[in-house]
Structures are given as structure tokens and as C-alpha cells.
Design a protein around this ligand. Sequence first.
Ligand code: CP
Ligand code: NVA
Length: 310
Amino acid sequence: MAIDMKGRNLATLHDLSLEEMQEIFAVAQEIKAKCKAGETTHLLKGKTLAMIFQKPSTRTRVSFEVGMAQLGGHALYLGPNDMQLNRGETIADTAKVLSRYVDGIMARVFAHDDILGLCENASVPVINGLSDLTHPCQVLADLLTIIEHRGELKGLKLAYIGDGNNMAHSLMLGCVKMGMDFTMAAPDEFQPDARIVKWTQEDAAATGAKALISTNPVEAVKDADIVYTDVWASMGQEAEHAARLKKFAGYEVNAKLVAHARKDYLFMHCLPAHRGEEVSAEVIDGPNSVVFDEAENRLHAQKAVMALMM
Ligand code: CP
Ligand code: NVA
């Protein structure tokens, strides 16, 4: 581990430098190879991670819990009804109390401010396991997956089609930071957050990457190396699901749309997916899809993050 990241938080990918991201990928590849070879990597022996979940999860919960076990530590699942947070205890007090027991906090929350509140008040590292604004751990796993399939990231073009949500935000930050071009198409009403776009433009200027945000899926996907999509209604937006289906008509990633991408394009999705909505079954279950590699790499990328920060 060449770069010291001990004690750091991961709230968004904007917090990380290019070199720190590269270090995470290098450590993840090393840990993954050892894991595949059946070697133990007890880098966090005896340490405990508190996992706060205000929303459901399959991948995040299982990959962090298994990851801690594989690193020789222990993870504690704290669901929506398990803590006094639900009864009005503040995020600040929760962060201070947990810091007296555990060595790291991973949190999946609604409001991104809750992640920032944990970061400000905890004396142990805080890792964002998804907020309404960003999902950095997913994108670290996604970029690791692209490295495995394409060798390197710089110069590739990733096109994101759909909602300007937490996934779109973390992808745009992660891509340009690594020197990848990022294009996105979303209906006017669902364009990304202006603050994230500003950070993206700053980071793109530093690496020479291009970021282009539009409403036209065909233009966005043209010659893309990677085509990415996510659900049209995120967790907490269930009541808007039917209305959103109508508003996103024409934004499905299907065979007709991906015909504009490079022939050897990779299809990516953070999962869970809705076949027949944001993606057709033909594309997500087709030969270019690497969605289960992404899911697996959550484990390896997060083990690297935890080993480096905790
Ligand atoms: N991609 C992802 O974060 O999945 P979960 O909601 O299952 O954790
Ligand atoms: N945008 C989705 C991502 C799920 C991993 C959500 O927030 O529900």
C-alpha cells in the first residue's frame, strides 16, 4: 500500500485524487487475486464495521459483511428500525457513540447530508454506501470491472442513459477523474445536480477528459465503449414509478440503441434492474453484459477501500 489513506472518509469520488483511485484499484486487484487463490488477507483482524442501512440492499449489505469477514474483522448490520436514529437521536450523536465502539462506519442513507454529518462527527472512517446524491463504492467496482475487461480506463468513453441520479453523479465524477470521456442523456426534468456537474467539469479539465450532458440517447451512445443505465425510480421514489415510466419513454437501453455503440461495447448496470423499463432483457442478458462482474467487484473494491482507510 504505497499511498497512505488511513483515517480518510469516502463521501463522494470527488474526495479522491487520481492516484488514490489508482491505489484502490491496485489493492483491489491484489486482494482479489489472493481471494481467488484461497489465500487469507486478514488486513483488518479484530476490527469492526458498523453498517447503517436506512434503505434496503442486497449487494451492499452482503459485500461489506462478507468483505469484513474475509479481512478478519466483523460487520454489524444496523437496519432502519435497529437504532435510536429512527426516534430522533441525531446523526452527530450517533456518529460519536458508534466511534467509541467500532473502527469504521458504512452508511446507506436518504439525505447525503447525513453522510456529511457522519463524516464531521465520527472519529473513525465513514464510507458512503449510497445516498440520494452519490454511490461511490458502486463506481469503484464498475471502474475495476472496466479495467479487467479493457486493460485501462484512460481514453474510453462511457455513455450513461437515464435518470440524473446518484449513479449518474458518481459515474461522471469517477470517469473524468480517470481520464475517460463521459456522455449522458436524460430527459430535461431528470438532468444531473448542478454542483456535481461543476465538480465534473473541474476534474475533466485536469485530466483532459470530455463530459457531455444532453437529452439525446442516440448521440450519447455513439461509439461508446461502455453503455450504462440505472433504474428510472430510485429507492424512495416508488410513488413516482408509473409517472416516471411515461417520462422516460424512449430512454430504454435496447438493441436498437446499442447498435450506435462500438461493436465490442460493455453493458453495465449497478443492479437491481428492471427488464423492459430502463434496459431490455436482450441487452442485460446478452453477450456484452458484465453486470454480474460489477456485482462481484463490489466485494473486492470495498475490501480495498476498507483495508486502506480503516
Ligand atoms: N448496486 C447496489 O448498491 O445494490 P444494492 O441496493 O442491492 O445494495
Ligand atoms: N439509483 C438507485 C441505485 C440502486 C443501487 C437507487 O438509489 O435506488
